[in-house]
Write a protein that binds this ligand. Structure first.
Ligand code: GLU
Length: 278
């Protein structure tokens, strides 16, 4: 940058509106989580690394891709002025509450369903996405067309998830193979060690896309899964701030852009997934 440009940028930043629009970090109440993150200069996000379309670490580039990653980048941009000011920490389902309460991360954005039980331990934002639980099976296996066909089958799912809880309402513990991350279920399904993988439909769609001819999404969602961002219990100022951001993205096209660039690439549509504008 030339000296003149630097001088102009500094002068512009004396005007708050101009400063915000030039990408500088916003003002936040002293002592708030927002101010702390802004002063640190980067956001620490717990996310999945093995769920294509939501949170996925691209093995070739190391970049974290997916809808949850896009949501996280928008938060980082608003807090620090740049979406690049972000660090992602792999957070499997069963670690989410621990990582939030032990402050390993500032927030968790990880296909994290809002539930009563979890709300005893962490605080959730409003829903930013709706999923439904579904089944992924081998394409050639015609025996399974819904949950009622699982009685004598082995189903793989992840520990600490609502998926495991809902399955336990239908099946016995012996029917389940419970692992840390859903991607671990894929080789087991392909090899015939399990008969199905069960979790949220869009997570399964991401896994199916990696084996389009070998795997089939049953496509009969059961149960509704509202995804919220999880933060430290009682941090209502941070929650209100994040709720404001989510409401803005739903209205200004950022939500749609994030969907289009990630899940939408598969041809899926957002009708059932997009929360109503608030
Ligand atoms: N959304 C469900 C949950 O929060 C299942 C997906 C996941 O484990 O991330 O438990």
């Amino acid at each position: 940058m030339t000296r003149l440009k630097v001088l102009l940028a500094v002068l512009l930043c004396l005007l708050p509106a101009a400063c915000a629009s030039s990408g500088e970090a916003r003002a936040f109440p002293e002592g708030s989580t927002m101010a702390r993150i802004r002063d640190r200069g980067w956001l620490l996000v717990g996310i999945k690394f093995d769920q294509p379309m939501f949170g996925y670490k691209d093995p070739a580039t190391g970049r974290i891709t997916g809808f949850d990653a896009e949501m996280a980048r928008l938060v980082a941009k608003d807090l620090t002025g740049s979406e690049r000011n972000i660090r992602f920490v792999e957070t499997v389902s069963r670690e989410r509450e621990n990582f939030i309460s032990q402050q390993v991360v500032d927030l968790v954005i990880a296909t994290y369903s809002i539930t009563e039980a979890r709300s005893q331990l962490v605080t959730f934002t409003d829903p930013y996405y709706y999923a439904g639980q579904d089944l992924l099976v081998r394409a050639a296996d015609t025996r399974i067309d819904g949950v009622s066909d699982l009685a004598d089958k082995k189903v793989c799912t992840a520990k600490g998830s609502t998926s495991v809880e809902r399955l336990l309402g239908e099946l016995s513990r012996e029917n389940l193979a419970i692992v840390d991350g859903y991607s671990e279920c894929v080789p087991a399904l392909l090899a015939g060690h399990v008969d199905a993988i069960s979790t949220d439909d869009t997570i399964l769609l991401g896994l199916q896309e990696q084996h389009p001819s070998a795997l089939r999404l049953v496509g009969k969602p059961f149960g509704k899964e509202p995804y919220g961002m999880g933060i430290r219990k009682h941090d209502t100022a941070f929650r209100d701030y994040l709720n404001g951001l989510i409401a803005r993205w739903l209205a200004d096209g950022q939500w749609d852009r994030a969907y289009r660039d990630t899940i939408g690439v598969s041809g899926a549509t957002s009708d059932q997934s997009k929360p109503a504008r608030r």
